[in-house]
Design a protein around this ligand. Structure first.
Ligand code: PEP
Ligand code: MN
Length: 369
């Protein structure tokens, strides 16, 4: 997949940025007092540069709080006048964008439930033609990188160059400790495809639970994300939406103070030498791994031929169960995690089945011709 975007670097849209960009504020704007109290607390935290608050809330079920609407935009204006914090909110259609522009919202974001719908994204892109405003695009609810890229392209084609991505995790059927599975590999893949794209993480929506926010934030920074968007409410347990995942400004200050911002490179030549040596060892071991995998695949091919000659099915579940259980047991003796071993052998098994299927099909086409 080739992706060419014209992106203005984050430092040019937020010139006072020194360190990761931190956006904070309540999930939803509820009352003027709640918004201003949150903003006053957050303005005391030096890392916080932007104030977030949902004005229109996409709710899964009807009859829950669906956002305060236009009135809340007046409160955001007050936040900016009183604290100097820039403001940002979620837009899901052209009318939302027009109201935000009318009331001077500084930055927009497109939510996960909107990124999944190219009609809505295009509608937003169309109304933003000729407007110079930064827009962040959250990942779609489902783990589909193309949809995320497509939304970024639509906005960029409308002339929005101050564009960034927000990684907020993905819905899954399987229950995990997270509200939304992080699938870090997808965020990393987006960064690989578009290295100049600013990407920030939303640990609040990934976690769904305030106790996980620190660890998810640290992981995001360690993966070189450019910032964090964290929900913060003056009285989180009484929040009208997403109560379990919000933190007070005081707790946010503590979380931010404990985060370690590591850099891709160190200035110390000694450290670079040590790293280069260790990386050399890794390169050597990876070569050996690949040689072993290639030898293994050759044997798989022999087995494939043999099964074909003897009319035996490719997949033999019992044998595979034995292999996985045995490899997990051996792995644990080497202190290798069970999920790691399972993932590796799943990948090896899938590749073996593909190779044997290719061999079987070869025989079919040969007999047909
Ligand atoms: C939000 O940021 O409050 C929100 C609704 O997020 P998401 O689109 O990630 O669910
Ligand atoms: Mn929320």
């Amino acid at each position: 997949m080739k992706v060419n975007l014209n992106i203005t670097p984050l430092e040019q849209w937020l010139p006072n940025l020194n360190g990761p960009l931190v956006i904070a504020g309540p999930c939803s704007a509820e009352t003027e007092e709640q918004v201003l109290t949150a903003a006053r607390g957050l303005a005391e935290i030096k890392q916080v540069k932007l104030f977030r608050s949902g004005i229109w809330k996409p709710r899964t079920r009807p009859n829950s709080f669906e956002g305060i609407g236009e009135e809340g935009l007046l409160w955001l204006k007050k936040v900016k006048e009183e604290t100097g914090l820039l403001t940002t909110t979620e837009v899901a259609n052209a009318a939302h964008v027009e109201l935000c522009l009318k009331h001077g919202v500084d930055v927009l974001w497109i939510g996960a439930r909107t990124t999944v719908n190219p009609f809505s994204v295009q509608e937003i892109a169309d109304v933003l033609k000729g407007v110079d405003i930064p827009v962040f695009i959250k990942n779609p609810l489902n783990p589909d990188l193309q949809l995320w890229v497509g939304a970024l392209e639509r906005l960029n084609q409308a002339g929005i160059t101050k564009i960034g991505a927000i990684h907020r995790g993905f819905s899954t059927f399987k229950k995990t400790k997270y509200r939304n599975a992080p699938n870090w590999n997808l965020a990393i893949e987006l960064k690989r495809l578009i290295p100049e794209l600013p990407m920030i993480c939303d640990p609040s929506h990934i976690s769904g639970n305030r106790d996980l926010i620190f660890s998810v934030s640290q992981k995001a920074l360690d993966l070189e994300m450019n910032g964090l968007i964290i929900e913060s409410h003056p009285d989180p347990d009484k929040a009208w939406s997403d109560a379990a995942q919000q933190v007070t400004p005081k707790r946010l200050k503590n979380i931010l103070s404990r985060l370690v911002v590591r850099h891709e490179k160190s200035d110390s030549p000694e450290m670079e030498t040590v790293l280069a040596k260790l990386r050399g060892k890794i390169d050597g071991l990876d070569n050996e791994l690949l040689e072993i995998l290639s030898s293994r695949m050759k044997i798989v091919q022999q087995i494939g031929e043999y099964k074909k000659d003897n009319q035996v099915t490719i997949l033999q579940i019992n044998r595979w169960d034995q292999i996985v259980n045995n490899r997990v047991a051996i792995g644990s003796k080497y202190s290798l995690r069970e999920d790691f071993i399972r993932d590796i052998f799943d990948a090896i098994h899938t590749a073996s089945i593909k190779e044997q299927t290719r061999i079987m099909n070869e025989s079919v086409s040969e007999t047909q011709s």
